[in-house]
Design a protein around this ligand. Structure first.
Ligand code: HEM
Length: 364
């Protein structure tokens, strides 16, 4: 598609698909022409679906709680959790990596950051899985039923966080919800709907994506065993290898925007109000930007992938996702130097146009 129809209107879905690096970067970041205000009716506006200048105020407020320092301070706790999770399965011989490590780690970290009990992690999994789920109409799946289930889950989630926010208003704790309550710009604090939509966003944006980054990394490192061995023997390659996984198997494949005005993109006439899907996964494999784009190069440099987006909406959680992946993968390489895939087991790919990852990955 990148060569033949780099900007293409899909009649069935009624939206434009944008495939080239240069165009995806532009669609993601040129908010004067491409708006992020794409929430469906009845849905709460959130950071990710706002345009400047409103977006800047909100982002400044939540950034006061989600600081780089707050993230870096988590490193010892993340390492402790990663090691505990690995030790729990070490004796078993065989495990599903997703179940054992990639899924629980980000969920527990977010739960602890927000200050909610980790016992509720099954609820979290249900909510975050559901929110990114798509529908395969050709396979007879019911779009309306899924939308209703999503709405119901959203209500449950808002009630859940509403109760916690109420408790923190009365008594602050050392957690992110308390920090969000204290954050202010020009003496203005976040309103309750803003707080709720941010908690919701962290859950949806932060869990499944990081889970998939960890699983996609192990899948990719084991795809060619010499990669895994190379990393076991030289951990200094890990940081670059994670960046290459972000490019090569991007956990977030696509983001959408709405055209603010009639405009032209690569010769195509796009009308005001049309929806555009910026295919991050395709941009990151664009040969015009990345030499040998289809090859995983463990120490690729430069590596200006778009896995975390571009411009004002650049992923707020990128430092946390990178830190979690770095710590978890470091612990896996150290404790499981002979790790390999279970022969004959084919991991199931997650059915979603937005996220890319595996439902399971059997390793031993
Ligand atoms: C935004 C990807 C992890 C929180 C984004 C965007 C992308 C992205 C592509 C841009 C959306 C847009 O332009 O419309 C990823 C990937 C992750 C990851 C690939 C893991 C590998 C996280 C984590 C958190 C997080 C761990 C928080 C705990 C957010 C938030 C935004 C965002 C709050 C909205 C920022 C804004 O609109 O200003 N992420 N993300 N993400 N991400 Fe992430």
């Amino acid at each position: 598609m990148r060569a033949e129809a780099p900007v293409h209107f899909d009649e069935a879905r009624g939206c434009w698909d944008v495939f080239l690096y240069e165009d995806v970067q532009q669609v993601l970041s040129d908010h004067k022409r491409f708006s992020s205000a794409r929430q469906q009716q009845g849905q709460q506006e959130s950071l990710i679906s706002m345009d400047p200048p409103k977006h800047a105020r909100y982002r400044t407020l939540v950034s006061q709680a989600f600081t780089l320092k707050a993230v870096q301070n988590l490193a010892p706790r993340i390492a402790e959790l990663a090691n505990e999770l690995i030790d729990d399965v070490l004796a078993k011989g065989e495990m599903d990596l997703v179940d054992a490590i990639s899924f629980p780690l980000p969920v527990i970290v977010i739960a602890e950051m927000l200050g909610v009990p980790k016992e509720d992690r099954d609820k979290f999994k249900y909510w975050s899985d559901l929110m990114v789920q798509g529908v395969d109409i050709s396979a007879g799946e019911d779009y309306q039923a899924l939308m209703l289930e999503k709405q119901k889950a959203m209500q449950e989630l808002y009630q859940y966080f509403g109760a916690i926010i109420h408790e923190r208003r009365i008594q602050r704790q050392n957690d992110m919800i308390s920090a969000l309550l204290d954050a202010k710009v020009e003496d203005q604090h976040l309103e309750l709907p803003e707080l709720l939509s941010f908690c919701f966003l962290l859950l949806v944006a932060g869990n499944e994506t990081t889970t998939n980054l960890i699983t996609n990394s192990i899948y990719t490192f084991l795809e060619d065993r010499t990669r895994y061995e190379q990393l076991v023997n030289d951990r200094s390659l890990l940081e670059g290898a994670i960046e290459e996984v972000l490019r090569f198997r991007s956990p977030v494949q696509s983001m959408s925007r709405i055209a603010v005005m009639d405009l032209e993109l690569r010769g195509q006439q796009i009308k005001q109000g049309d929806e555009l899907i910026a295919w991050i996964g395709s941009a990151n494999l664009d040969e015009q930007k990345f030499p040998e784009a289809d090859t995983f190069i463990i120490n690729r440099s430069p590596n200006q992938h778009l896995a975390f987006g571009h411009g004002v909406h650049f992923c707020l959680g990128a430092p946390l996702a990178r830190l979690e992946a770095q710590i978890a993968l470091h612990a896996i390489l150290t404790k499981l130097p002979n790790l390999r895939r279970v022969e004959g087991h084919q991991p199931k790919v997650i059915a979603s146009p937005i996220v890319y990852g595996f439902k399971d990955l059997q390793v031993q």
